[in-house]
Design a protein around this ligand. Structure first.
Ligand code: NAP
Length: 572
């Protein structure tokens, strides 16, 4: 990682916990903020440990924790609790944290090298960078740029929506409020003196890629992956069959997806894919609307839609065996522990699950061992008779979504045996099979992989293999739709190192325009700029309206209304 100065901590206060041990729980985002502040290096895997990049979550060693509590305010997603204050539904995490260190045994964790000294070099004017996208990857790259000691930097963070935080607002499940606390950290980054937030600016419609280069030394595309992958099977476009990109943004109130109106009038829904997005959608279809009202920031119209829902059963379909299930253990554990939902697993579909031998105990196999144990536990549980059911199926490949006017079911084949067919009746068929990024006019894009081809964050033209001058990428637009929020921090560090190296190599010439002329261009084009003050005004409004009705936030989902509320006291 490049050398960086610490930004102020998020808006939370340190507490005196007395003598306790701390536990990392379900909403861990792996950004390793806790590792950086731990005085005794008891949180692993750390960024320099083996398997950090693929870890499901981080763990605190109870034998080494000195109970100082420094990690608690550092966590951007409220995942760390004192054992004395651990909510009951998270009690499994005491064992899960401790077991990690038993599992890895004597594997030595490498010492983290101390950061190198400051290296600012001569600059005629600040390095100006446009970051396109204000989701987690955009904010982590902005944080790295703002905190670097290698250069004075001015950053313009641009988003096409009138609200910031991308996936945290419109992708993270609305009942994962701890994870959504990451937006507090992002607001802190936005307040940094070198950062200017420009929302409601569509690159491609309001400004071109060349406009950005006219006013900045470099552009970083942190545009995520907003489009659902298709399966290429008959019927997948019929009403009632949607991608997670459509369904998740619907219940999260993204203004462009409020009109989806999914059919919820059949007792069963089928979800293709078994990653964490599939589990998010299943859980939200099965939880009660009253619970969602009080404990989520789900769009109000979506909660009303779910009040009318007839769905009693969600079937999650994996095309491979259970050993390849893409969900993480904490997400399935939350469902297995939910007394209102029966998780049903057929033991006959678990035969390919093998215990991990003692000789294979590595940091990387801990999560796999947890998943094996949890799936076996679920298969052994007798149904409680709960009204709602989550059925996990494995080894089935989708063939066709059936239904003329709307989806009425799905045909599946046993993977590897196309003649072994099974039809499941359902009124809603959702695909949680991954995402694609979208191209930006004037920037080479790799249609095959659905992201920007790149070398460590430097964008490459996939046709010629040449680097594209002054263009960088980070997050899902760079590496594809994988990892959790904190994964974007190391990804961003790599991109920023490349960008600043190129700057000192003389590869980023001075732009003609500056911050003022960029704003003038936006105004000339008739763009209504939504800035940080406007966002904070809308944010406070939504929280206040939510509090009045017993909700954490009442989302405004109409773009014009968002802009109007934000403009009431905006400084622009
Ligand atoms: P994912 O984890 O990559 O899962 C995609 C699923 O779709 C897999 O089960 C995959 O099966 C299946 N699939 C892909 N193509 C298919 C096809 N043609 N036919 C049938 N099945 C197909 O993706 P995701 O669930 O969208 O999640 C994206 C990332 O966000 C992940 O890293 C995830 O952990 C993260 N996330 C985390 C949280 C959380 O921490 N709470 C919440 C949401 C998302 P194969 O494995 O066989 O390819």
């Amino acid at each position: 990682m490049p050398e960086r100065e610490a930004l102020p901590p998020p808006d939370s206060e340190a507490k005196d916990f007395g003598s306790v041990t701390f536990i990392i729980t379900q909403s861990c985002c792996n950004d390793a903020s806790c590792v950086a502040v731990c005085p005794v290096d008891c949180i692993h895997p750390a960024p320099d440990d083996p398997d950090f990049a693929t870890a499901e979550m981080l763990y605190i060693n109870p034998d080494e924790c000195i109970d100082c509590g420094a990690c608690v305010p550092a966590c951007p997603v409220s995942a760390i609790h004192a054992d004395s204050e651990l909510p009951g539904h998270l009690s499994d995490y005491v064992q899960i944290n401790a077991d990690y260190f038993t599992w890895v045994g004597d594997i030595p964790f490498p010492a983290v090298p101390p950061p190198a000294g400051p290296k600012v070099q001569d600059q005629a004017a600040p390095l100006r960078v446009a970051v396109v996208g204000s989701g987690p990857s955009g904010w982590f790259v902005t944080e790295e740029l703002a905190a670097t000691r290698r250069a004075d930097v001015e950053i313009t963070v641009i988003d096409r929506l009138a609200t910031p935080h991308g996936l945290v607002r419109h992708g993270v499940a609305p009942d994962h409020l701890g994870t959504k606390d990451a937006s507090l950290m992002f607001d802190t980054i936005a307040r940094h003196k070198s950062t200017t937030l420009r929302l409601n600016v569509d690159v491609g419609r309001d400004v071109t890629h060349d406009d950005l280069l006219d006013h900045h030394h470099a552009v970083v595309y942190a545009t995520g992956a907003p489009v659902g992958r298709t399966l290429g099977i008959p019927g997948e476009d019929v009403p009632g069959s949607y991608s997670s990109a459509e369904f998740v943004t619907w219940y999260n109130g993204e203004p462009d997806h409020v009109d989806l109106a999914p059919a919820l009038d059949h007792e069963r829904a089928v979800i293709i894919g078994n990653g964490n997005v599939a589990l998010d959608m299943a859980r939200l279809l099965l939880l009660t609307p009253d619970h969602l009202h009080a404990s989520s920031d789900m769009a109000p119209y979506a909660i009303e839609g779910l009040r009318e829902s007839a769905i009693q059963e969600v079937v999650l379909v994996g095309r491979r065996g259970p050993e390849h299930a893409a969900f993480t253990t904490p997400e399935l554990l939350a469902l297995v522990n939910n007394p209102d939902i029966d998780v049903i697993v057929d033991p006959a579909e678990l035969t390919s699950l093998a215990e991990i031998a003692d000789g294979e105990r590595t940091a990387g196999t801990y999560a796999a061992s947890q998943k094996v144990a949890l799936l076996k536990r679920a298969a052994a549980m007798a149904p409680t008779g709960a009204i709602k059911r989550l059925v996990l199926r494995f080894g089935l490949t989708p063939q066709e979504v059936v239904g003329e006017e709307r989806a009425t079911g799905i045909v599946l084949a046993r993977t590897g045996d196309p003649a072994d067919l099974e039809t499941i009746e359902a009124g809603l068929v959702l695909r949680a099979t991954g995402y694609r990024s979208t191209a930006v006019e004037g920037v080479p894009f790799d249609e095959k992989s659905g992201r920007f081809a790149n070398d460590g964050g430097r964008v490459i033209d996939p046709a010629s293999g040449e680097l594209v001058a002054r263009v960088y990428t980070t997050g899902w637009a760079k590496r594809g739709p994988s990892g959790v929020i904190g994964t974007n921090r190391t990804c961003a560090a790599e991109t920023v190192t490349a960008l600043i190296d190129d700057y000192y190599e003389g590869l980023l010439p001075e732009p003609g325009g500056d911050k003022k002329s960029f704003d003038s261009l936006l105004t000339e084009r008739g763009v209504v700029i939504v800035d940080l003050a406007a966002w904070k005004r809308l944010d406070s409004h939504e929280k206040a309206e939510g509090k009045a009705v017993g909700r954490p936030r009442l989302k405004i989902t109409d773009r014009e209304e968002q802009i109007r509320i934000g403009a009431e006291r905006s400084v622009v």
